[in-house]
Design a protein around this ligand. Structure first.
Ligand SMILES: [Zn+2]
Length: 466
């Protein structure tokens, strides 16, 4: 069943709260704008995406190693990266109500209005404050890095920044990793972590946040090898979206960035964009950043970051291919992609009623199996609890539920995306079989109680979803 885009976002936000995926942060204080808490199912979903990524791009590859660097690094790092000078958004302030807006977002919104005349370019002076219709100030540049102070004194010498991206850590460790891990180009360094941006207009639920998580690789190559490596990572990106997140290919667009819109040091950039309910928006990035980052860090640190290739007897500064995945945005894309409404029979009357279901790929599901005793007597709870324990021991996330009708219990598991429910009933006692009920088709069949652990293990094998 298709759900309208506007309705989908409302459904998603309310489902996320009702079912423990994402809550408004600090709600006991009336909430805190654009801050969200990941609840018990939300963190499982996020961790599952992160773990799949790490498995696929670090553990299963010979040419990528992982690191973890601090959120607060030496301030020189951000001078070298250009963030101190250039990491800013154009900002205007309403002269009347003093609210601040992104100038580029205001222009975009105006251009998206029905009846907008493309021949007549919109000026910012034509736009009034959406809140109070007041006039705006001139555009100011607003640095997006969050600033803090290190130590006991709050002076300019103690200023430090919360990282706005994870990439810099890979450039500052490049020399140590290179020298200790006996890797030579082409090879990559990977990191997953939290980054901070003082966004002026965050929004769209967990899409644009002040703090969020990235999964990032800096892949170091000989300059001549950069085009090949770029294509390789583009294919990896596509395969990740299709085979792991199971995003429909219609919903992902690989947007090639024109030369005029690219960063000056970038030779090629592609923005993978996902069709969120509120529009086609960036999911991550892929760029050939040339030797710019290593050269800049070399310039400011005075350390030689070039590479001597013993085989060819040549020295060069590697080019860097940078694929970046937004982890928090991937959670939102997966939730949005797999949220569906179909129809199910009601337990009581047999009539049809709408059913909300999260059709997650099983490896990403927060809970893999739900175990129900049909009733609370005749030894069924004991047997069901034993089965749940047997699954947990294997590292399989399980939920045991004995309350309410079976129909209600199924519905709850559908809403958190649990692929299989197993019911212990009277027949289990006599024939040793249980009912397995499939989330997507709602069909049921019986299988031996003794086979349940294997059933789940087989169905979540990596090979069965990749
Ligand atoms: Zn205003």
């Amino acid at each position: 069943m298709s759900i309208s885009h506007e309705k989908k976002m409302d459904l998603l936000v309310s489902l996320c709260k009702r079912r423990g995926f994402v809550y408004p942060d600090s709600e006991i204080y009336g909430g805190f704008a654009n801050a969200w808490d990941f609840g018990p199912y939300g963190i499982e979903l996020k961790n599952n995406i992160r773990d799949e990524w790490w498995m696929r791009f670090v553990k299963m590859r010979d040419d990528v190693v992982g690191i973890d660097t601090p959120i607060i690094q030496h301030p020189k790092v951000w001078e070298a990266s250009g963030h101190l000078q250039n990491f800013s958004d154009p900002l205007v302030e309403c002269k009347k109500c003093h609210r601040r807006f992104r100038a580029d977002h205001l222009l975009e919104a105006k251009q998206a209005e029905p009846g907008y005349d493309k021949e007549k370019p919109i000026q910012l002076s034509d736009i009034r404050c959406p809140n109070c219709a007041g006039e705006f100030t001139d555009v100011m540049n607003f640095n997006l890095m969050l600033k803090t102070f290190i130590g006991v004194k709050e002076d300019s010498a103690s200023v430090a920044y919360l990282r706005p991206e994870t990439a810099a850590g890979m450039f500052t460790t490049w020399m140590n990793v290179r020298d200790t891990m006996r890797k030579k180009p082409p090879f990559g360094i990977a990191q997953v972590g939290r980054v901070f941006r003082n966004e002026i207009t965050p929004g769209n639920f967990i899409f644009r946040l002040r703090e969020f998580e990235q999964m990032e690789i800096e892949y170091f190559v000989h300059p001549d090898d950069a085009p090949r490596a770029f294509e390789m990572w583009l294919e990896e990106y596509k395969s990740w979206c299709t085979d792991v997140l199971k995003l429909k290919s219609d919903n992902v667009v690989y947007h090639e960035i024109d030369e005029v819109d690219r960063a000056f040091y970038s030779k090629r950039s592609i923005d993978p964009e996902y069709r969120f309910p509120f529009g086609l928006k960036e999911l991550g990035g892929l760029a050939n950043r040339t030797d710019w980052d290593l050269s800049r860090q070399q310039e400011l640190s005075g350390e030689d970051l070039s590479w001597f290739d013993a085989d060819s007897g040549t020295r060069y500064t590697p080019f860097v291919i940078e694929p970046t995945w937004g982890l928090t945005r991937s959670v939102l894309a997966v939730l949005s992609e797999h949220l569906d409404i179909d129809e199910a029979d009601t337990a009581e009357t047999g009539e049809k009623e709408p059913r909300m279901v999260l059709r997650f790929p099983p490896r990403l599901s927060p809970i893999k199996a739900a175990i129900f005793p049909l009733t609370k007597k005749e030894g069924m709870p004991e047997l069901a609890k034993k089965l749940a324990a047997d699954l947990r021991v294997q590292g399989i996330t399980v939920e045991y539920d004995e309350s309410g009708s079976i129909g209600k219990r199924y519905r709850r598991q559908d809403e958190i995306g649990t692929p299989w429910c197993f019911t212990i009933d009277g027949e289990t006692m006599t024939s040793g079989t249980v009912t397995v009920r499939y989330r997507d088709s709602m069909s049921q069949e019986r299988l031996p109680l003794a086979d349940v652990v294997h059933f789940v293990q087989n169905h979540i094998q990596r090979n069965s979803v990749l």
